[in-house]
Design a protein around this ligand. Sequence first.
Ligand code: HXC
Length: 510
Amino acid sequence: MKDILTELEDRRNDARLGGGQRRIDAQHARGKLTARERIELLLDEDSFEEFDMFVAHRCVDFGMENQKHAGDGVITGWGTINGRMVYVFSQDFTVFGGSLSETHAQKICKIQDMAIQNGAPIIGLNDSGGARIQEGVDSLAGYAEVFQRNIMASGVVPQISVIMGPCAGGAVYSPAMTDFIFMVKDTSYMFVTGPDVVKTVTNEVVTAEELGGASTHTKKSSVADGAFENDVEALAEVRRLVDFLPLNNREKPPVRPFFDEPGRIENSLDTIVPENPNTPYDMKELIAKVADEGDFYEIQKDYAKNIITGFIRLEGQTVGVVANQPMVLAGCLDIDSSRKAARFVRFCDCFEIPIMTLVDVPGFLPGTSQEYGGVIKHGAKLLFAYGEATVPKVTVITRKAYGGAYDVMASKHLRGDFNYAWPTAEIAVMGAKGATEIIHRADLGDADKIAAHAADYEARFANPFVAAERGFIDEVIMPHSTRRRVSRAFASLRNKQLKNPWKKHDNIPL
Ligand code: HXC
């Protein structure tokens, strides 16, 4: 008996060494943690339960029968984050560069299936050279099996990908189908075709970092939702995110203790909107002042900064925030911001996270680049996402709500539950100047007349009261009481029931 116990321990120790000490040292020398160290940091202490520690590949080509490592390049299992269950896979770069073999894929599929059945998030820590070259089509088949499960899990359990090394070729499509992608600066990259192929095909010379590093994907492509300095920070931030999310689509997000008075008055908000309607102010200040303890978890903070997306808590409960940012492009909606916010709204809706929308939007960004780029279809994504969402929706218009953008930003007409406006709100088809120049074109040569018309238009429309008279605004509220009003609104919506008509699925303009 003792020998068998010793053998188990020996085998475990061997598996824990992955590709061996030399390769572990190389991993560390690059500033990267090993697959196991990452799991330890991600999960609560001693909570990890491993599956398939002894799984080995079955390849007999290229001398592979003589090169086997227990676990086959990926560590899988489940554990807890602040006491709540999650499934994890962590690719081990020290074993064949973390490349994906048939058996490696089967291990990932096993935990994906379990996560869907048992209703817990899946977190993938990616660090892989892609398809296990020695296994050919078996590896490709393995990827497709993983992809299929990503699709089935979508909207059922939250899926989070952390890119902590290479992620290239078709391998990128598994993270791409998950809800959130985070990258580690300087040590991770993602691309469909690497710099060498790019050079051969297009003659472009580009580094891996330029082509698919964290900066590229958080600022230019919007493939990634956030970038962190190192493995430790990335894993800590994933823990923080998981705390905002429900375990699956049938559960509510966790309620955390809060130490912030829901009725807290913020007098500074009474003066946050500048006198001049063209002067910007920082919408993030409002978000922080509304949130419990000022805590805001921003998603895609470096992309399409004219719209802000992320999570806060109100009375300890998760709320998704979408807010126009007057500091960037005057808060206009455009292609990028519409796509960014639409995806966020849909995430919130599929996981029953209520949405707070803060509106200060002068309209859609005009121009050929927007029209040629399909702003009609992309803008429609956000409109569609808000209109189909059945979660509680509370909207506060702080200043401008002009034109189609007024409708889009969770208006009453898109089933907004509480639509508030500050007294500074201007709800109109467009700004006074533009409106006057169209409806009083005959007076364009007479500056005094135009100024008088503009003043008249402003007096009549640059306020929230016309909309309030029609019931499109439920209440004009004092800015200083925004946290109290919004918290009470969400509290009153906790048992909201709203169902869309039966359909197989919708046909959102993609
Ligand atoms: C098998 C691999 C491997 C792979 C790396 N290794 N990638 N083994 N299949 N895909 C092994 C190496 O042989 C080496 O083994 C160890 O992992 C570390 O690799 P190095 O090259 O020494 O590391 P590094 O210099 O850091 O370079 C990492 C790398 C490079 C950039 C990822 O290894 C690389 O280019 N690999 C090939 C990438 C690739 O073309 N993959 C296929 C993409 S197509 P030893 O024994 O020396 O430690 C694809 C299609 C998916 O993935 C389709 C899905 C639909």
